[in-house]
Ligand binder design. Structure first.
Ligand code: KG4
Ligand code: ZN
Length: 341
């Protein structure tokens, strides 16, 4: 089955063509980062308008890349939530209009299920069951995964998501949006041990996270440095390193706990923050210690993309799931509500 995937939940227009027999045939992405950078974050109305502009040219681009014609497409998968409603509606209406015109099915995909399944596009995909750490701009969750749609939430953030903490902390110290890659870049030049941030909620049992305190800790430390006239590039690097180490160690401790609690040895990390090299290295070390294995997608499929939506939608379509032509999207949508296949 040849599936066209459309992703428009936030500030990236992602389009891909996935074939259930041959795998991923083509993918294209337009990132709106430059559009939103001057505002220091995503402006929803601008995001929606830009998705409208990019969608059809990107669809033509993937068809050309794959050497396929519109008539070859057998189904369309689009992100139906969670995300920005205006942005989601662009992908949903485009998908439903094309599906109606081409007389093929369309299916709404859960954005976080897309992220969760993105490592399945790699050469050595993980086998079920596994523990998944979902770390994006909007979510930080530990999930036990027994199959597609068989999700048990083990723990999640009580406040900011990990990616959100990266973005907010970066903004506080004067770095560009999105902050995750910026902090990771500066951390490479950081002085180990100059600042030490807390590891929130690791001193008590459980799998919940809380990252908003780290942002406040960063703000106070940065203000002290500024008062002392020490707010140059090196201090930004040192703060970036200390912040990143705190997030990485906290996530590693909780992943280890989740594996112990479930008795599983396979860990999947997905979502934008899973592109972070320090996080990957720390988890690989931890998994090596317990003779387990960690799986993740190539960096461009960690952040938002159309390939993960095409893949997830294809699996559900192959299992016979169908939906009507209604254009409905959801800003909030717990992943545990998804049907199993
Ligand atoms: O999954 P994603 O593209 O979008 C959402 O679904 O939210 O995740 C975006 C988040 C942003 O907060 C961004 O700062 C973070 O992922 N991010 C990173 C890195 N690359 C992206 N955080 C840390 N290190 C990175 N290398
Ligand atoms: Zn995402």
């Amino acid at each position: 089955m040849l599936v066209l995937g459309l992703e428009t939940s936030c500030d990236e227009t992602g389009v891909a063509l996935y074939d259930s027999e041959r795998g991923l045939l083509a993918d294209a992405l337009f990132s709106q980062i430059d559009l939103h950078r001057v505002y220091g974050g995503v402006v929803p109305e601008l995001a929606s308008r830009d998705h409208v502009k990019r969608m059809l040219p990107l669809i033509r681009e993937v068809l050309e890349q794959a050497g396929r014609a519109p008539a070859d497409i057998e189904a369309i998968a689009y992100t139906a939530g969670p995300g920005l409603v205006g942005a989601l509606l662009v992908g949903a209406s485009c998908a439903q209009a094309l599906a109606f015109a081409w007389n093929i099915p369309a299916i709404g995909v859960h954005h976080m299920e897309g992220h969760l399944l993105a490592p399945m596009l790699e050469e050595q995909p993980p086998q079920f069951p596994f523990v998944a750490l979902l770390v994006s701009g909007g979510h930080t969750q530990l999930v036990r995964v027994d199959g597609i749609g068989r999700y048990e939430l083990l723990g999640e953030s009580l406040d900011d998501a990990a990616g959100e903490a990266f973005d907010k902390t970066a903004k506080l110290i004067g770095l560009n949006y999105p902050g995750g890659p910026e902090i990771a870049r500066l951390a490479e030049q950081g002085t180990p041990g100059r600042f030490v941030f807390p590891r929130p909620m690791t001193d008590r049992p459980g799998l919940a996270f809380s990252f908003s305190g780290l942002k406040t800790f960063a703000l106070n430390t940065w203000q002290q440095c500024r008062d002392a006239g020490d707010d140059g590039e090196q201090t930004r690097c040192d703060l970036s390193l200390a912040f990143q180490q705190a997030v990485v160690e906290t996530l590693t401790i909780k992943c280890k706990r989740a594996l112990k609690q479930t008795g599983l040895k396979r860990l999947v990390i997905a979502g934008g923050v899973s592109a972070n090299k320090a996080l990957r290295a720390s988890l690989e070390q931890m998994l090596a210690g317990i003779k387990g294995q960690v799986f993740y997608a190539r960096p461009k499929f960690c952040t938002d993309n159309g390939a993960m939506i095409a893949y997830a939608g294809c699996q559900r379509l192959l299992a016979g799931q169908r939906q009507d032509l209604a254009i409905s999207v959801q800003a909030r949508w717990p992943m545990e509500q998804l049907p199993a296949i």
